[in-house]
Write a new protein. Structure first.
Length: 140
């Protein structure tokens, strides 16, 4: 079990996708398809939809919040987001979607060691319903 700090409440289960570099949702994610669309990102073309996205942090642009909120509304967003560094713009996108659309997407901050323990392809369940979030492996 891994514990982290809840930044936006919610629960999620899905396959972990670990990004090598920070990602801006504005210009970096196709909100209609739920994929990394920035040709400059090492994981260009990777599907984020319904997966648990782990990334070091977001990468700017205040419009990232609106793109994330739109992806949540469309059902193309990641199931949950795990961050090594707190990113207020990512958190804001999840909070706005909860307030406007009634859809929760958990956003959790992990410490360095726990973040590094995540492996692409693992399946986890995220419970971020309290101040302390928990991640549990999902087996078969």
């Amino acid at each position: 079990m891994i514990e982290g700090r809840t930044l936006a409440r919610g629960v999620a289960t899905g396959e972990v996708v670990v990004l090598e570099e920070p990602l801006s949702f504005w210009g970096g994610v196709d909100a209609r398809e739920g994929i990394v669309m920035s040709e400059h990102h090492p994981q260009f073309g990777v599907l984020l939809r319904e997966r648990v996205l782990a990334m070091p942090s977001g990468r700017g642009s205040s419009s990232s919040s609106s793109v994330l909120a739109e992806a949540i509304r469309l059902g193309t967003a990641p199931a949950g987001i795990l961050l090594r560094e707190v990113d207020p713009l990512v958190v804001l996108g999840a909070v706005v979607a909860r307030e406007l659309y009634g859809v929760e997407l958990p956003v959790v901050a992990l410490d360095e060691g726990d973040y590094r323990s995540l492996s692409p392809g693992d399946f986890v369940s995220v419970d971020a319903t309290g101040d302390l979030a928990t991640l549990h492996p999902v087996v078969g």
